[in-house]
Design a protein around this ligand. Sequence first.
Ligand code: 3H9
Length: 707
Amino acid sequence: MSETVRLTRQEEIDIITIDNPPVNALGPGVPEAIQGAIESAGSDPGVNAIVVIGAGRTFIAGADIREFVKIVRGEKPRRTLLPLLTAIEACAKPVIMAIHGQALGGGLEVAMAGHYRVIAAGAQVGQPEVKLGIIPGATGTQRLPRLAGIAKAVEMCAFGEPIGAGDALASGIVDRIVDGDLLAGAIAFAREVAHMPAPRTSQRNSRLSESDPAIFAAARQQAQKTKRGQTAPLAAIEAVEAATRLPFDEGCALEAKLFGECLYSTQCRALIHAFFAERAVSKIPGIPVDIQPREIRRAAVIGAGTMGGGITMTYANAGIPVIVKETSQEALDRGMATIRKNYAGSVKKGKLAQAAMDERMARITPQLSYAGFEDADIIVEAVFEGMALKKQVFAEIDAIAKPSCILASNTSYLDIDEIASATGRAGMVLGNHFFSPANVMRLLEIVRGEATSHEAIATCMALARKLKKVGVLAGNCRGFIGNRMLGPYLREAQFLVEEGATVADVNQAMYDFGMAMGPLAMSDLAGLDVGWRIRKEFRHLERPGVRQPLVADLLCEMGRYGQKTGRGWSQYDENRNVSPDPETETLIEKTARAAGIERRSIEAGEIVDRCVLALINEGAKLLEEGIALRASDIDVVYLNGYAFPAWRGGPMFYADTIGLDRVLARLEEFETRHGGELWSPAPLLKRLAGSGKTFSSLDQEAAAAAG
Ligand code: 3H9
């Protein structure tokens, strides 16, 4: 039939198999080929029913997202999906959709145009378009409420989370769960319904009467909270609401209009950039394809503090048995109690079954000795930040671990090469920098030392996926990618308060920009003592005469470490409610005046520019130094580790959207005003701006050169 669609027959049932690896996306030619097969089978008198199924690992993962990028750049849309859906629904023979893996976006829309749907027990269905900044654009917002009811349709279209087979059956999206062979089950189902009148989803209006204004009001409120700043979720709610008051065709027309508006938005470009950026990180130039990642069957973690405990949970969650070692029984008990409390909290919230918690706890072996470390495939060190201690620990584990064992440090700032020098296996030493809370945050920076082997890198990249993290390769420098950029960002936040903005002004401006919290609120949450300890470690490297923030050290000397002590940049009550701290504000003002810093009122726009441009400029330097492989890797770090708003695409993509010439002009302004040692524009940024290029175009050129 075509390369991507096959038509075969089992007695009186025709089977259409979609085979467009890797995920059966509806790329060019695929909808047309499915339509051709439907029309051919539908008009064949020897056929009683048609089964549509996907080859490989999934049913259909949706429209081909790469096509949207081309359309936005000016290519003519193909518009082949809607005619396909009309042809499926109008087919004279019952069409049964057989779903395994995922039916997502356009994939679910195709499935809903069928007359019946059967699903494999482990499969999922969803309308995840909002995660790409668009809404379902092929009748999903009109067909889903007709099958699943209004509340479910609103939830799925506005928030984008897929649902499992059980939920899909209970809500009416599918007609049967098939245990065992899906095709056989679908054919059996087809025989049962072959001579019955085929229901058309577009005409099933009974569930539309479930409409209730409260559903839409609650969804809008939730979207404003959990999808703050994003336009697509609100458009999706509007489109589903239209299904309750407009005939099917008019509802579809409104959906198409809203889809178009979303598609041409900067938010959509940013979110699609984030989607592909996350998938690009695992492609590491220079690592030969024949390098096989080693399997990690057993892990060990040193340190049961906040980070060590979270890392231990991450391994246990991924099904990997893990030893966690501490130096005192008290610290070990405290660490295990926290792990237990975290799991119990998830059980209480209904996010984890008690049996699953018990299994995970059973995978964790708490102990004070190195017993069993000789069997570990990876050992992750998560002790206090201090080079002397880290080197001592690495020398100890090097003596015990088997030669193939990877030794990873969770350091967030220290030199991986110096740590590796304490061992006789530098090739197997690297950084595994998790982000707090390690069992929750998706980012894992994998830090390559000078001698780190390809095998160790490939193993950790594959391991990151197994741990449900997004692993980003970083070079070895102080702070790697994320924390090195955070330095100038937090520096500017502190300079701004010294120059006259209040702590609340700075936090609010960055929150309004879209960050999950402002920079000083984040410091209070992380603990001001963390940065204090690091500053002490690196004080000898401070350049004389270069302005340094003045207040954070003073707060620490007063014992004000942020949320954990109730006071820091702001003050916190016992329920962690925040309010301005007048004493801190006075301290800032007095300190700034004593240092001769001129105080003035500062607008939100300047706060955002100073903080975000500091990130971008440092990001450009990292890129030029080769610490980050791609600009998009930096975006992945900031989106997954620092809660940068996904709909802005990450700091480097954001720079592209405002224009590198404008970024450069503003940097030069800051350079003139605040000094070249802090603000001199990165040479790479100057070159790109000068030649009318972007960070994205730089990434594309590098990808093309790498083949
Ligand atoms: C839509 O359907 C709009 C409709 O309403 C119609 C409007 C008119 N297109 O993630 P993985 C690639 S919008 C193109 O590593 P996994 C991906 O880039 C769409 N490519 O695998 C990667 O390529 P590479 C709605 C796609 O097993 C490879 O496949 N659908 C698409 O971890 C493997 O991907 C979605 O938003 C695509 N649709 O996860 C679903 N999907 O190897 C998006 C994947 O070159 N996709 N690729 O790097 C996903 O969520 C996951 O990929 C999925 C598999 C769960 C399917």
